[in-house]
Ligand binder design. Structure first.
Ligand code: SAM
Length: 316
């Protein structure tokens, strides 16, 4: 496999990627803003928008508060599926379960929590419409994520802390910020520590290209999703426009490693990040690999000229 442009063994890549994210964890969020000029926020907002979680959380809320049934065309149709198959891993079958893999410091997960207004809901009713699991191979990234969660939400989400181990065989970090709405779990995207058919939505943002065996990660994403569940991958991609791609290369290969050196005193890790982006598969190839893993309705949306793309697919 590859570590940037360097050819190395699979085992070696896993440990080197781990090392890179151990090193960048404490500066990760600030570097994201520096390197992308804040654009990563917009890309992640788009990911959130495409999941439709805001509308779904509202639908769940309506369901929790009324006995009337939903029409299958409502945004809650994913949940209708859930209540039929009986395999939901949360005690509340009306909860929308989301898994954010390679979730690092929690950026995407926090967007879900905020969109579903979990904090406000928890204070007033104690019920959560969604349950978000952040899973990452790197305990250091998760530790930063937990600290951010504590700072952002305090104890607001911890009302159900005694009841948070109802979610299958995953082992949360020992001192984790873990509630019924948000929890952090250490695990590898290639063999996730969750039961099959557990989640309505699986997201992975800027994580897939770091995984050693992309196809294994896609297969395991398919496994943990419920039938009818949705897969969304936000990842750096390839710029089809030649002048823009030249400009982008110039920026990535010169500015980003330099920023890494200035801001995080770590040129090498940021050099790897740039190289891993160029080495990652094209939009079309990723579509094919998703289809090979079993996903249906696969499509992608380019953003910022293809610098990043969101790939989507369904588990039939
Ligand atoms: N999703 C977060 C975001 O968008 O801010 C973090 C993205 S960061 C660029 C990549 C993350 O992938 C790191 O936290 C790293 O530890 C994680 N990662 C790398 N290989 C992984 C694997 N095999 N399984 C799970 N996570 C992995």
């Amino acid at each position: 496999t590859h570590f940037g442009y360097e050819k190395i063994s699979i085992h070696e890549k896993e440990s080197r990627v781990k090392h890179v994210f151990e090193k960048v964890a404490s500066n990760y969020d600030i570097m994201n803003d520096f390197m992308s000029g804040g654009l990563h926020r917009y890309w992640k907002d788009e990911l959130l928008r495409l999941t439709g979680v805001k509308a779904m959380a509202k639908a769940v809320r309506r369901r929790q508060h009324s006995s009337s049934s939903f029409s299958s065309s409502s945004p809650s149709s994913l949940l209708d599926q859930n209540s039929k198959d009986g395999s939901h891993t949360n005690t509340n079958t009306n909860t929308l379960s989301i898994l954010d893999v390679a979730g690092g410091t929690g950026d995407v997960a926090f967007r879900f929590i905020d969109a579903a207004e979990c904090v406000e809901r928890s204070k007033s009713s104690g019920k959560d419409e969604i349950s978000v699991t952040v899973c990452d191979i790197n305990p250091e990234m998760l530790r930063v994520g937990e600290m951010r969660a504590r700072k952002k939400y305090g104890e607001a989400l911890l009302h159900d802390n005694n009841n948070n181990n109802n979610n299958n065989n995953a082992s949360s970090l020992s001192s984790s910020y873990s509630s019924s709405a948000l929890r952090f779990v250490e695990g590898n995207a290639q063999h996730l520590p969750f039961e099959s058919n557990s989640f309505h939505i699986y997201t992975i943002a800027f994580g897939l290209r770091n995984v050693t065996d992309v196809d294994a990660a896609l297969r395991d994403a398919y496994r943990v999703l419920k039938p009818g569940g949705r897969y969304l991958c936000l990842e750096f991609s390839h710029v089809p426009n030649v002048p823009l791609s030249k400009l982008y290369d110039l920026y990535s290969f010169n500015v980003i490693p330099q920023l890494g050196e200035w801001v995080a005193q770590d040129r090498h890790s940021y050099q790897y990040l740039v190289e891993s982006i160029r080495k990652f598969c094209t939009q079309e190839e990723l579509m094919r690999r998703m289809e090979n893993a079993g996903f249906e309705g696969v499509k992608y949306t380019n953003m910022t000229g293809g610098i990043v793309a969101i790939h989507e697919g369904w588990k039939p």
